[in-house]
Write a protein of this length. Sequence first.
Lengths: 248, 534
Amino acid sequence: MLAPAQQHDMHTYLGLGSAPDAAAAKLGEPLYKQNCAACHGEDARGAQGPNLVRSTLVLHDEKGHDIGQVVKSGRPEGGMPAFPNLTDQQIYDIAEYLHVQVENAANRGLYNSLYSKQRSQTTGDPTKGRQFFAEHCASCHSATGDLAKIADKFPEAAEMQERFLWPASREPRRATVTTASGQTISGTILKIDDFDVSLRDAAGQMHEWPRDQVEVKLEDKLAGHRALLPVYKDADLHNLTAYLLTLK
Amino acid sequence: MNRFLLLTCLAASLGAQTLDPRTLTLFHQPPDIWPTYNGDYSGRRYRTLDQINQSNVGDLQLDWSFKIEGIPPLRGVGKAVIKSTPLMVNGVLYFTVPDHVFAVDARTHKKLWQFDWQDQGGHLLGQRGVGMYGNWLYFLTPDGWFFSLNAKDGSVRWRKKVADEKLQYFTTMSPLIVKNHVLIGVGGDAMDVRGYLESRDPETGDLEWRWWSEPQKPGDPGADTWPNQAAMDHGGGMTWMPGTYDPELNLLYWGTGNANPVFAGQSRKGANLWTASIVALNPDTGKLVWWFQASPHDTHDWDNVETPVLFDAVIDGKPRKLLAQGARCGWFFVLDRTNGKALVSKPFSGTGNWAKGVDDKGQPIPDPAKEPKVDGSMIDMPAMGATNWQPPSYDPETELFYLNGTEGYGLAYLYDTSNEPEGYGGGGSETFDARSALFALDIRTGNTRWKHEIPHGEGSISGGILTTSGKLLFTGDSSSVAAFDPATGKILWHHRLAAPVSNGPSTWTLDGKQYVIVGAGDTLYAFTLKGAKP
């Protein structure tokens, strides 16, 4: 999930302009529902009136300026009445509500929090998930041992699913290096690529070799997870997720 | 060689900064020029230059580097990353990052001029470079301005607005010059707009034609692949990478991006032509001649803009005009470029389990069961695609197609379950068991002839690929630039850089000396043979 700072970065990166005024949008929501939703739809995505989230005018609007002109004078040729009784403040609030709708569609950095309800859903069957676990996972993991209360740590279905598919934090970090002279040194990998390998040994000493002059054996804690990737059907994933979410 | 000398003399007589239009060819150009994004119209990124070759590549060393300095951090991005392939014309290099163009003397590696723009929006993710026509450069800014600059000093001749950044369009591509047309495409899939490709007059910047990525109205050809007008009007299909061109067939080949809304396909049932496709267009009229859809009814953000590479080869005893693409959807396609019929249609990453098979044109048939789901749908390739814009290469000696790809598994989620979803409407997971690889694909069978694989955490293949008649393949490997044997995949040389290679490597000769050029982060690096004398 993206931290708030990253959400802001996505907004900046996408060039979405000034951030919508969330407080004003909150005030604008009931005003929108009361005055606009009948024609433009409950969520502003259009009904007999046009979609306002994808509207060129709304996308060009800054702080209700362009929107206000249309709201005040209406669009008689398109069948839209004028709303002379709305104050400038109310129009600003409605405009900010629309800008929040735009932000929610366009800024995918917000999706994880915006759609947390969807990300918490699974259609899986926990009983079938328990069977799958017994057959494929129980040789390494235990529901009462290492995975006890795992659902407290990963309460969201999507997060749980991605965690058991590939717990990336368990990727190789330790290795044993055999040098040309036959010496073996074990330790934590600092950096490894096609050309060089460096590690820190138990005594805290750093070692570095050209990759083609040594043999590197990386510890692989994910072999079981890798072997399961081609085995899962989508239903297995959802069942297993549903089962693991019961481990509270 | 006489032809090359003649062209060089002509170019010199036309003025120092002028690009001779006769250097814009399908396969061959003089050794001392790199006149377009891909080096020639074919997109092969293969050069007949062998001063640097397998026997001496060990002596390849850094000759000079040029670091971009003195520009402010890019909005939402930070440090500039060179994704453009520098043009090299008459001893001057022209390259870009978003909002900035640089002209550098290739002999002295000193900056000649710099052009800066203050954008008012758009994404600053990448900039692929400038196009050149005569002594004019063409440059696109993130916020949809199309500039013509004087190659001599970077001064502005004119600018035209070609895309509306407020609708979330942005422009990053390197304009492609074909005859007297400047071809420009657009990007932007955050707000459900429609893609288009424009041809503009190189002298005035005026619009000559515009091709839309969707049919205009119900009843038009292709409209039966959309449910209604609104779906077509908001259907995506961005044209954000330079295409290729066959002068003999007078056909322009262009890739189109994913359909919109990106992950939510429920409001756009149907194949959604011409999104996620390769289209062949007449460059004089913009009329569609044929198409091949790589990811029909795409629901995975699989832009199909990877270079459509042109080459000729003998297949079953017959000479054929071919087009190959390593597609973001994880498949390798080899098409007859006269008609778009597939000779090869095969996954290179995973087993293609998002498709039920291929149709009679060779286009994958998507499996609805593998569309994004609220609780996730897994495919046996990265959810966000198996390759991307990084330039591939075709080597006519090995007859292999090379690409920078990724293998692994991914989940795609549907978030916006409404009847009228908007924006992305869903998302893809990280890649599980991600393996970056340099692929060498057989153009006759689609089989992987060799593959240099790098497990996750041990670096990755980075940037694009260049092959040469010196029997060398250059690409980025982790934080190094490396030379591989294109026949076997053996690493023959590498040089560590301050950042991973971020563009497509290029090569040319200047004063008789062959250079290999790569961009890595904010720095351009030039390599030559130790002791090579001009």
